[in-house]
Design a protein around this ligand. Structure first.
Ligand code: NAD
Length: 338
């Protein structure tokens, strides 16, 4: 199948090309992000392959349909950047990679939590300046802390397990469905508002839906425990960034670790080291000593990239062969508010 691969980085090209030796699709690697302007580049391709920050709204989908595209293959798990209702209306199928390596994201989440709470990046900068003073680097043990895990799907379950069984935390969880295996090791499901009021650390692993949009907001922060630590490796818009900044300034929040950011589409995955960043909110976030930001890299392991390439190309092959699409997403997947 002829596939236009948008937003291609060197690692995408490498892992997709390696996996494609087994599938034989005709892949066109394109550097631009998919948007209303670049959609015309898909002309002559039956499928497009896109990533988290490609904008696949109704307008883009209409342009893709006009260009002859019949399949959008997301090389990621999240699908909040696709207008699934418009895709259905236009007869464009959408597939994703529901699971590639949940371990990649779960392990990075624990890494971020430890790094921000024990101030490892700050300590490393000091040591590089021959400053071995420990003032200001006091952390807190994870053992015995109460951690709230929002969303206990593939990634959240691994995080909950590691924190509960590995680090000896008290783990509270919130999800649409309880996981009996987590309950068996002592994870306790509670309503989301109770979790957000009770936890000392909150880590987000639910998808971005209308129900979860800005689930960390001014009111939640005001009602949270003093000294809250927040980790987000899921989607940026789960957090109201302005409220987060206010919470940090008020010292209500102890620490924040983010691998995702509400307005990341304008920043992440690009080398902007010679640019002026116009996003004042993002720049303000970076000034806090107790905030750690990474550029959406939790997924970035060799195992995950191989699995992403394999699953994406297999879904495209299934589509080409008229087989059922096991990884199809449609509007019905967006969970109703609860
Ligand atoms: P998953 O579908 O296995 O799990 C998501 C869980 O969230 C499910 O158990 C679901 O029931 C639950 N959920 C849905 N709505 C909820 C709500 N309103 N409140 C609480 N829970 C709710 O997904 P996953 O593979 O574990 O991925 C989790 C998220 O991580 C994805 O949605 C994606 O946005 C993000 N992600 C980030 C990276 C990265 O590199 N930073 C990589 C992969 C995935």
């Amino acid at each position: 199948m002829r596939v236009a691969v948008f937003n291609t980085k060197a690692y995408d090209r490498r892992f997709l090309t390696e996996a494609n030796a087994r599938f034989g699709h005709d892949l066109t690697f394109l550097e631009p992000r998919l948007d209303a302007l670049t959609a015309t580049l898909a002309a002559g391709h039956e499928a497009v392959c896109v990533f988290v920050n490609d904008g696949v709204d109704g307008k883009v989908l209409e342009a893709l349909a006009k260009a002859g595209v019949r399949l959008v293959a997301l090389r990621c798990a999240g699908f909040n950047n696709v207008d699934l209702v418009a895709a259905e209306r236009l007869g464009i199928a959408v597939v994703r990679v529901p699971a590639y390596s949940p371990h990649a994201v779960a392990e990075f989440t624990i890494g971020l939590l430890l790094a921000v709470d024990r101030q490892i990046p700050r300590a490393w900068s000091r040591v590089r300046e021959n400053n071995f003073a420990l003032d200001g680097l006091i952390g807190r043990n994870l053992h015995g802390r109460t951690v709230g895990v929002v969303g206990t799907g593939k990634i959240g379950a691994l995080v909950a397990q590691a924190l509960c069984a590995g680090f000896g935390c008290t783990v509270l969880a919130s999800d649409l469905h309880a996981d009996p295996e987590l309950e068996a090791i002592g994870v306790r499901y509670v309503p989301r508002d109770e979790l957000l009021r009770t936890a000392e650390i909150v880590t987000l692993h639910c998808p971005l839906t209308p129900d979860t949009y800005r689930l960390i907001n001014a009111q939640v922060i005001a009602e949270a425990r003093d000294g809250l630590t927040i980790v987000n490796t899921s989607r940026g818009a789960l957090i109201d960034t302005a409220a987060l900044i206010d919470g940090l300034k008020a010292r209500k929040i102890r620490a924040v670790a983010l691998d995702v950011y509400e307005q990341e589409a304008d920043l992440f995955f690009e080398d902007l080291s010679n640019e002026i960043i116009a996003d004042d909110q993002f720049q303000r976030l970076l000034t806090f000593p107790n905030v750690l930001v990474t550029g959406h890299q939790a997924f970035l392991t060799e195992e995950a990239l191989s699995a992403i390439a394999e699953t994406t190309l297999a879904s495209i092959a299934d589509f080409a062969n008229g087989k059922p699409l096991a990884n199809r997403v449609d509007a019905a997947l967006i969970a109703p508010a609860r």
